[in-house]
Each structure stands twice: as structure tokens, then as C-alpha cells.
Write a protein that binds this ligand. Structure first.
Ligand SMILES: [Zn+2]
Length: 158
């Protein structure tokens, strides 16, 4: 049963009730009056029940729409998430690695909140990469040794 059929059933009951009301107001013998009144009362109860049913149907449809949207969102995320796998990098960071190209890593903290943020290198000797979403840093590459020539140069010029 949908909203339209509930509405038409409600309308049908209203018409029947009005007809009975007209019968009641016309010349009806005393014996018939209580029966007409009882019938009108029952029609009124049926109207109330239909009204409540319509309200319930509305809220169920709303809940259904919300759930459909959630399922769609969930599938969308799952498709994205399936393109990554958890991995341990050369620098021993545990992050998500993209299975395709170009090769990149995604922040595991943001991943858990259903957001993909690609880690960007800090371009430092530490080998750390930074998440542009939560600003966390991860040792994606192993720590590099400083170039001894530059360090030994000190303040003197050749
Ligand atoms: Zn992050």
C-alpha cells in the first residue's frame, strides 16, 4: 500500500461518514439512530487508523531513502578503498599503498575516517612524508646520511 492508496481510502471513508451523517440528520426512526451513530464512530476510527498508517509510511520511506544513500556512499568508499593495500615501507612506516599508477601512499589515520590523503615527501634527510589532511608525518623512506663533503666544508671557501 502506498501513500496514494491510503489517501484514497481515507477519502472514501470520509464520503461514507458524510453520507451516514446526512442519513442521521434526515428522518430516521429512533431504532436506527444508534446503529447509524455506531457506524459513524467505526468509520471515524478507521480514518484515524489510516491517518496514523500514512504517517508511519512517510517515516519509513524517509528511513529507506537515508539507508539507500548510506549504502551508496559505503559502496563508493569501498571501491576507492579497494584500490589501496596496507603496507610497510622501506622506512618502516605502515601506510596505505596505491595498487595502480602513479605509485603513492595514503595516510592511514585519514583512511580510517574514509578520507584518502596522499602523503607528500618533506624532501629532507629524515625520509619523512607528510599528510596534507592531518599533518601527521611518516618515515616512508629510510633516513639518509648527510653528504660528508658538504658537512666538512664548514665556513671556509676553497
Ligand atoms: Zn592524515
Amino acid at each position: 500500500m502506498d501513500v496514494a492508496s491510503i489517501a484514497s481510502a481515507y477519502q472514501g471513508l470520509k464520503v461514507a461518514k458524510d453520507l451516514l451523517g446526512a442519513v442521521f440528520d434526515a428522518k430516521v426512526d429512533a431504532e436506527a439512530k444508534p446503529k447509524v451513530l455506531e457506524a459513524m464512530q467505526k468509520l471515524g476510527d478507521a480514518q484515524d487508523a489510516l491517518f496514523a498508517l500514512r504517517e508511519e509510511l512517510f517515516s519509513l520511506q524517509e528511513a529507506n531513502n537515508t539507508l539507500r544513500q548510506e549504502v551508496a556512499d559505503s559502496k563508493f568508499w569501498q571501491n576507492k578503498a579497494d584500490q589501496y593495500e596496507l603496507t610497510k615501507t622501506a622506512g618502516e612506516a605502515v601506510v596505505y599503498k596505491f595498487k595502480g599508477q602513479p605509485e603513492h601512499f595514503a595516510c592511514p589515520s585519514c583512511f580510517n575516517t574514509k578520507a584518502i590523503h596522499i602523503l607528500q615527501t618533506n624532501r629532507t634527510l629524515s625520509g619523512k612524508y607528510r599528510c596534507t589532511g592531518c599533518e601527521s608525518e611518516f618515515p616512508v623512506e629510510p633516513q639518509k646520511k648527510a653528504d660528508p663533503i658538504r658537512v666538512d666544508r664548514g665556513g671556509t671557501w676553497p
